[in-house]
Write a protein that binds this ligand. Structure first.
Ligand code: SF4
Length: 358
């Protein structure tokens, strides 16, 4: 059998069979599943029974090797960027890309976030659909526009941007243009106030009395109905957890770290509740400790509440807090390899700048 060579490919794209090939490609735009953000809901809307995008021969498909379209749905993070490029590279030619959502175009509401990329720098895009969220009608019109492009024979293996004459648009000369400063007001020394509050909650008073007797080294108080707060020194962090677990608080709701930059400290805050003790079910107890920002280390609670594992890993990624005893420490859980502790207040965001050469 003769090999498929350049001559055969040329015959397919411009010979007598070309119109059939174009017709086939036009009515079989199969989009690889690559849902990255909330724009994915709009994609689902476009393909659900209401709009039924399958009427135009477009069908979402699971395997990139049998697909010819990527619909990039909104945000692409630094970690996801590699997967996007690999997916695109594995698709057969001719292949097309539609990018939907403000996040994919210029970052959208995450425009100055530590983890965001511009997907059009990673793969070539044929059509952009703006909006936050974009509409299903917008996506369908992009599919229709792509079909017309294929019909006209413009479809290429790799789309290219048209060159814009920036000198004409922006004037002559070399100047650096910076995006506007983020619209943020940063309070240099924000106050963190957690105070007792008088509320009508008899059970809360009994609970506070009981916990106070078992935790004499800690401050225990009610901050709202069904909400109890416990403050202690960091050396008692595990002890507080052990007492709460014995009292019936059997799961962790959340683990947070607050960066108090001006006081050079982190506040580690853990909230727990109960699924097994009826009276405790509506109650959330939050216990917090302060640790140094220079060497932020604290004991892990993984053996008391195994479900805290992922939250400790997240806080390790975002703030660099080391949870002693959690075997994951030292690895990256959520972040791209080059990103370090992005939720610390002194983390420097990449500032995009545009240089006009003329
Ligand atoms: S553009 Fe809006 S809807 Fe789409 S991913 Fe971004 S935030 Fe979500």
């Amino acid at each position: 059998m003769k090999d498929v060579n350049a001559e055969n490919i040329e015959f397919l794209s411009s010979g007598v069979i070309a119109p059939v090939k174009k017709w086939g490609a036009k009515w079989s735009l199969w989009a690889v599943h690559l849902v990255t953000s909330c724009c994915g809901v709009e994609l689902a809307h476009a393909y659900a029974s209401g709009y039924d995008a399958e009427r135009w021969g477009s069908l979402n498909f699971g395997m990139m090797r049998q697909t010819n379209l990527i619909i990039v749905e909104g945000t692409i993070t630094k970690k996801m960027a590699r997967a996007l490029r690999i997916t695109w590279e594995q698709m057969p030619d001719p292949k097309f890309v539609i990018l939907i959502g403000a996040c994919g175009i210029e970052g959208g509401l995450f425009w100055n976030s530590y983890h965001i990329t511009r997907p059009w720098k990673i793969i070539p895009v044929d059509y952009f659909v703006p909006g936050c969220p974009p509409t299903p009608e917008g996506l369908i019109s992009a599919i229709r526009a792509l079909q017309k492009k294929i019909e006209r024979g413009e479809a290429k293996t790799t789309a290219e941007f048209r060159e814009a004459d920036l000198e004409k648009i922006l004037g002559k000369g070399e100047k650096e243009r910076k995006p506007p400063k983020p619209p943020l007001k940063i309070e240099p020394k924000p106050e963190i106030k957690i105070e007792p509050r008088e509320v009508e909650w008899e059970f809360g008073k009994e609970l506070v009395a009981k916990l106070s007797s078992k935790l004499p080294f800690a401050e225990v108080f009610v901050i709202d109905k069904n909400r109890v707060y416990i403050k202690s020194e960091s050396k008692f962090y595990r002890k507080v957890a052990e007492v709460l677990e014995k009292e019936g608080f059997d799961h962790v709701k959340s683990l947070n770290v607050i960066d108090v930059l001006h006081e050079k400290k982190f506040i580690v805050e853990c909230s727990v509740s109960s699924y097994s003790v009826k009276e405790l079910m509506p109650v959330i107890v939050t216990f917090s400790v302060e640790i140094s920002r220079e060497n932020p280390r604290i004991k892990s609670l993984i053996d008391i509440w195994p479900s805290i594992d992922y939250q400790e890993r997240e806080m390790h990624d975002f703030f660099g807090v080391w949870f002693e005893g959690n075997p994951w420490m030292g690895n990256k859980f959520l972040l791209a390899p080059e990103v370090e502790t992005p939720l610390r207040k002194d983390f420097k965001l990449e500032e995009p700048s545009y240089v006009l050469e003329g």
